[in-house]
Design a protein around this ligand. Structure first.
Ligand code: AFP
Length: 327
């Protein structure tokens, strides 16, 4: 017997209808879904085409090889452009803000089209993360760098696993899976589990002695209580935390033996990494803070590629480390 599941499109149409919303967001989501499917299939065949390597390489036909993250960027910009709904975009792959439809666009899209570059050469999971904010339709526009609390939606595709997670403001975090007809299906509401038995900790353990002493102490006191998992691609690591609970963290690096390698501001990008997962986490019942214990969603970005430290996941764990960070 074939089992049929609700499609993402059907889910979203009903959501928009129920909340009396416009069709513009549907057109934007269609562009993001098309981008993700295109990137996913390019990624699956990337090794074959020699496109998982470094930019500047030349393939056997003597053609320039583009890096997979540059290809992913071009794919996403193409679909965002033809949607006609985007004022401008901020992409990890472009230093400058990208104007798209500055006249009549309606949304700002902040994205990283292929996050987790150390996995690319191996064809292992990477992420396409995005946050969406809406233009000020009532008054003058103000520079377009929105704090996470002002996003209207945020999501991530874990490529090439066929999973897609989307959080809609005040309407929850939902996970979808791709089927054999390339449809994302089966909306499943994600709520961080309260039972701590399955909780996981996720951080780059090679960095642990470079963290602030109080963070090192917290790890020392807590690490034996939980399983430890780390993929090195935020979307994949956060995907697990959303299912099992626990905490992903990328703390500030302040005690590196080579001081030039310290990252007091953190490593992750605020607008298209940290705020995206923080938004999804809030809609799933969790929370996220930076190195000062400030909620990630409250941070007003000053520039598009701003970095931050990140602690995100189950509320009791994040609140516990926030207490230590604030102390
Ligand atoms: P890259 O794309 O530069 O590999 O960074 C990926 C990332 O921003 C995020 O997806 C990971 O969680 C984190 O950095 C991994 O960083 P480390 O390699 O330092 O553990």
């Amino acid at each position: 017997m074939i089992r049929f599941e609700q499609t993402f499109t059907n889910f979203l149409l009903h959501h928009q209808e129920k909340h009396n919303r416009t069709y513009h967001f549907l057109i934007l989501m269609d562009a993001l879904i098309s981008s993700a499917k295109h990137i996913e299939h390019y990624y699956l065949t990337g090794a074959l085409k020699g496109n998982l390597g470094l930019a500047g390489n030349v393939n056997v036909q003597g053609e320039d090889v583009l890096r997979m993250d540059q290809i992913a960027h071009e794919i996403a910009i193409h679909y965002l452009r033809v949607s006609g709904r985007v004022v401008h975009a901020i992409s990890e792959e472009s230093e400058k803000i990208i104007p798209i439809n500055t006249e009549s666009g309606r949304y700002f899209v902040y994205f990283d089209p292929l996050d987790g570059s150390s996995n690319v050469a191996h064809g292992l999971p990477v992420g396409f993360l995005f946050g969406i904010a809406k233009r000020n339709l009532e008054g003058p526009e103000d520079g377009h760098l929105r704090a996470g609390k002002d996003y209207i939606a945020a999501g991530m595709f874990v490529i090439p696993t066929g999973t897609f997670t989307l959080a809609l403001k005040d309407a929850g975090t939902w996970r979808f899976h791709i089927d054999e007809t390339m449809e994302f299906l089966k909306p499943t509401r994600m709520v961080l589990p309260e039972d701590s038995r399955d909780w996981e900790l996720s951080f780059n353990v090679a960095n642990r002695y470079t963290y602030a002493e109080k963070v090192q102490d917290w790890i020392e006191q807590n690490e034996r209580k939980y399983a430890f998992r780390y993929l090195g691609a935020l979307a994949g690591d956060f995907h697990r935390i959303l299912s099992n609970g626990g905490m992903f963290m990328y703390p500030a690096i302040v005690n590196h033996p080579d001081p030039k390698k310290n990252r007091a501001q953190g490593k992750l990008r605020l607008m298209y990494e940290a705020a995206v997962v923080a938004f999804m986490c809030r809609e799933a019942g969790g929370t996220a803070v930076d190195e000062t214990g400030t909620p990630i969603l409250d941070i007003q970005p000053k520039e598009p590629h701003q970095r931050t430290a990140l602690y995100v996941g189950s509320r009791p764990l994040v609140n516990d480390i926030a207490r230590v960070l604030l102390g």
